[in-house]
Design a protein around this ligand. Structure first.
Ligand code: 5GP
Ligand code: ZN
Length: 110
């Protein structure tokens, strides 16, 4: 499997894991843009949100809620982002949601 995030999920490449369940895996971004910067992804390989199904989205939503509380950002707030495709500046083609918080984030999103 020639996918970086599949290899991380398989344990072939180390990461700092913050959460795992049957369907979802989450770890700290190697190049954090905020004090809390976690990548939340389905264990099942899918390129991006265009390939995502409702069941997977539901599992991701539940993980986002759990991780936000676990990381201590649920009270002050945070941002979730999922880059998709070339114009979306997606660099790893395994669906992932960035969860960023721990400081006041920029007003600009793009
Ligand atoms: P994208 O640009 O596809 O939305 O986000 C990919 C993210 O993966 C980037 O924020 C980048 O820092 C992160 N990343 C790339 N390679 C690795 C890695 O090997 N380990 C970890 N933990 N994060 C990575
Ligand atoms: Zn993958």
């Amino acid at each position: 499997m020639d996918c970086l995030f599949c290899r991380i999920i398989a344990g072939e490449i180390p990461c700092t894991k913050v959460y795992e369940d049957d369907a979802v895996f989450a770890f700290r971004d190697i190049n954090p843009q905020a004090p809390v910067h976690v990548l939340i992804l389905p264990k099942k390989h899918m390129a991006n949100i265009l390939e995502c199904d409702g069941e997977t989205m539901k599992a991701l939503l539940s993980a986002i809620q759990t991780i936000a509380k676990q990381e201590g950002v649920s009270e002050d707030g945070f941002r979730i982002v999922s880059n998709c495709g070339r114009n979306g500046a997606q660099s790893v083609n395994h669906l992932h949601i960035h969860l960023m918080g721990g400081r006041q984030l920029a007003d600009s999103m793009a």
